[in-house]
Design a protein around this ligand. Sequence first.
Ligand SMILES: Cc1cc2nc3c(=O)[nH]c(=O)nc-3n(C[C@H](O)[C@H](O)[C@H](O)COP(=O)(O)OP(=O)(O)OC[C@H]3O[C@@H](n4cnc5c(N)ncnc54)[C@H](O)[C@@H]3O)c2cc1C
Length: 351
Amino acid sequence: MAGSGSRARMAGLTKELTIAGGGLAGLSLAVALRLRGVPVTVLEAGHYPRHRVCGEFISGVGPETLEALGISDLFDDAKRQRSVLWCGEGRMWHRNFLPVAALGISRHELDLRLSSRFLELGGELRTGYRCRPVPADGFVWAGGRKARTGRWVGLKCHARLGDRMEADLEMHSGTNGYVGLAGVEDGWVNVCGLFRIDETRRGRAEELLASYLEGGGNQELANALRDSEVRPGSFSSVAGFELGRQVAVAGLCVLGDAESMIPPFTGNGMSMAFQAAETAIEPLCQWASDRIAWQTAVNQLKGRLRQRFRRRLFVARLLHRVLLDSGGRSFLRNLGALHLLPFHPMLSLVR
Ligand SMILES: Cc1cc2nc3c(=O)[nH]c(=O)nc-3n(C[C@H](O)[C@H](O)[C@H](O)COP(=O)(O)OP(=O)(O)OC[C@H]3O[C@@H](n4cnc5c(N)ncnc54)[C@H](O)[C@@H]3O)c2cc1C
């Protein structure tokens, strides 16, 4: 296979891009740029395959985005999820169906598929390589959420909970956060929660997740997790990040969670990562072919991302506050009991 530099010269594109962060935003952009003949190097701190904190429930990305990125076939065998059950502190609030099926696939599998596609296209991938978000021409930062001094902890594992699932996706609200259950490959169920950090919670790996579930009033789910088989190596955690717009480094080209992080209950963060990558294709190709200056490309991208994501970030943060507030939860529970919960309008506002 021709190297990425020689392919680009054949296509008339000469400038090279470096993407720091080989998660969904970074790898899908890298694949899309390679398909357009741009030489790309991805610098990734970790290695593939690996488990990551994520609900692994992909909702809101359209086929046109996945096709523009050149990755739609990677989802051919993903689970199709339609039915949704929403519970709070052990009681059912609402049952419904998604208007468009969501996709279920583990990050262990998806990140591996994306990185392999990038390599097949002649991209250069350096794993185990940690770099810093320093603005420079041709440098894109897709390093994901920053784990520092924020309020949230994310915990996830895969467990054999299929027998107790009452819908393709179950959302369980608690007094300290929420947890989603969704099927991924090989019969495993992703159990992934976002919680307010609570230093009094103790336990290692999935026991810590069970402890947080218990602390939020989801005792039955905590017991089910303790009694179930857990996929070896699947537990992962991340703590200290903040939701919403992230602190910007002046002049840096940023996308994905590093730019803005939507609250996870929406199941839309991965879709946003793909959509951000799609949005970046045109300005970055223009720069690579010497038609615009680097800062023009960066500013164009920033403006387009703001425009594309503004409404959903705003609404999702409001709903997130409602979910984390006891009055808000009882309001939603009462609406659910009266069959008045506006599930589909709420869903479309966070897409
Ligand atoms: C608890 C929780 C549950 C979630 N559930 C869902 C869900 O069900 N559905 C959904 O759509 N979204 C969900 N999300 C959000 C989703 O995981 C993210 O929005 C998505 O992963 C963002 O992709 P990204 O590429 O921006 O970041 P990531 O996928 O996090 O990728 C960032 C990459 O950068 C690498 N990196 C970091 N620092 C460096 C460095 N210094 N140098 C080099 N590389 C670096 C990391 O190793 C990583 O590979 C959830 C998030 C949380 C916290």
